[in-house]
Design a protein around this ligand. Structure first.
Ligand SMILES: Cc1cc2nc3c(=O)[nH]c(=O)nc-3n(C[C@H](O)[C@H](O)[C@H](O)COP(=O)(O)O)c2cc1C
Length: 182
């Protein structure tokens, strides 16, 4: 059901709409279904990464994407050091990789890469073998805003896996497409 405020003219009632608090905002964002990616950054022992649903296409000419990263995460200083990252869009059989890179089992840094197969990319970041698609990026710009930084990635290379389905996240849980047509 629409809220009373949504039913009225936004133009007329703009001043009456209360400021949204963090809890209300989070509640709203739970409705935003998203693809699940793992962002990899760094090389050798100096590598880490994080699970993200904030990946979005920015432009096709030139190929560019954006991702929001929390500046308290271990990936933020690594991104600033390495100036490159890879977006690994997960397939629906890769939920365990999402859990690792979200830090759910306590794994940190290079440990998060254990248990899955990776290959090195031109930028130095690692790509998850059998990801739905991988997007190797140079960090063009990082815009620090509020708690996060918006990473603008200039795409250097992509790979794709055919015949697999995406891993999705919605209402606080991983989801799978159940009525796909192939
Ligand atoms: C489904 C899902 C989506 C997430 N999306 C993001 C995101 O877009 N940006 C972000 O900074 N953290 C996101 N996180 C949280 C990070 O994955 C998590 O805080 C991070 O891996 C912890 O980092 P650290 O232990 O390296 O500091 C998400 C977590 C989950 C489970």
């Amino acid at each position: 059901m629409l809220s009373q405020a949504a039913g009225r003219s936004l133009r007329d009632d703009r001043d009456e709409i209360p400021e949204v608090d963090a809890a209300g905002f989070r509640m709203s964002m739970r409705h935003l279904a998203g693809a699940v990616s793992v962002i990899t950054v760094g090389v050798g022992a100096d590598r880490t990464g994080f699970t993200a649903t904030s990946v979005s296409s920015l432009s096709a000419e030139p190929p560019a994407i954006m991702v929001a990263v929390n500046r308290t995460s271990s990936s933020w200083p690594a991104l600033q050091r390495h100036r490159a990252f890879c977006v690994n869009v997960l397939a629906d059989d890769q939920q365990f990789v999402a859990e690792r890179f979200a830090g759910r089992d306590g794994a940190k840094g290079a440990e998060r890469y254990d248990g899955a197969a990776w290959r090195p990319l031109a930028t130095g970041a690692l790509a998850l073998v059998d990801a739905l698609t991988t997007i190797d990026c140079e960090l063009e710009e990082a815009i620090e805003r509020h708690s996060h930084a918006i990473l603008i990635g200039r795409v250097k290379a992509v790979t794709t896996r055919t015949g697999a389905q995406p891993l999705l996240y919605w209402h606080g849980a991983y989801r799978h497409i159940s009525n796909h047509t192939g």
